[in-house]
Ligand binder design. Structure first.
Ligand SMILES: [Zn+2]
Ligand SMILES: [Zn+2]
Length: 184
């Protein structure tokens, strides 16, 4: 049996090959993810970036276990501000959310939109729930708070050690856009 799976955008022009499993799966509740998800929904996205509860479900893979099989030239990166350290990447062909990348990060946070229903690794924790001020209370089905968040950072570190502290660069050919300009 192969340990490799292929996932991709809604129209099939963008495909990624994943070697083995993710090192984490999380539902992020930070304000940046929510703001970006709400704004980019106007593209419009072919598959949602946000869960109904406002969280963003990411599946985290080491960069050295991800290969772009097709359509890397179709990827467009968006930043909240021109100098934001985080870019959110969408397939321009059909506007499927693909990944979030932190500057110099050794991993990619892949958007759950890439997986077919049933194949998606469920979130293990919810992170940054403290940003949900004024939003409805979450159910207690998935652990959240300091300890699960510490586990999240520990896994990031373990993955980086395993990679020999390398952070491969991902070069995209399309010009980057600022989210507010993109949806204006
Ligand atoms: Zn597509
Ligand atoms: Zn976030």
């Amino acid at each position: 049996m192969s340990d490799t799976i292929e996932i991709g955008c809604a129209c099939g022009q963008v495909a990624l090959t994943l070697d083995r499993g993710p090192f984490f799966s999380t539902e992020c509740h930070c304000t940046s993810c929510r703001t970006a998800g709400e704004a980019l929904a106007a593209l419009p996205l072919s598959r949602p970036m946000l869960n109904p509860n406002g969280g963003t479900h990411f599946v985290l893979y080491r960069k050295d276990r991800i290969a772009f099989a097709r359509g890397v030239d179709l990827l467009t990166a968006y930043r909240l501000q021109p100098d934001s350290p985080t870019r959110r990447v969408v397939a321009s062909c059909c506007k499927t959310p693909v990944f979030l990348e932190f500057q110099h990060g050794h991993w990619l946070s892949l958007y759950s939109a890439l997986w077919l229903e049933g194949a998606l690794p469920p979130p293990e924790v919810r992170t940054v729930v403290s940003d949900r001020q004024g939003l409805p209370e979450l159910d207690g089905d998935i652990p959240a708070g300091k300890l699960p968040t510490a586990r999240f950072y520990a896994r990031l570190l373990v993955a980086w050690i395993a990679m020999g502290f390398k952070s491969p660069a991902i070069v995209l050919s399309q010009p980057e856009e600022t989210i507010s300009d993109a949806i204006a």
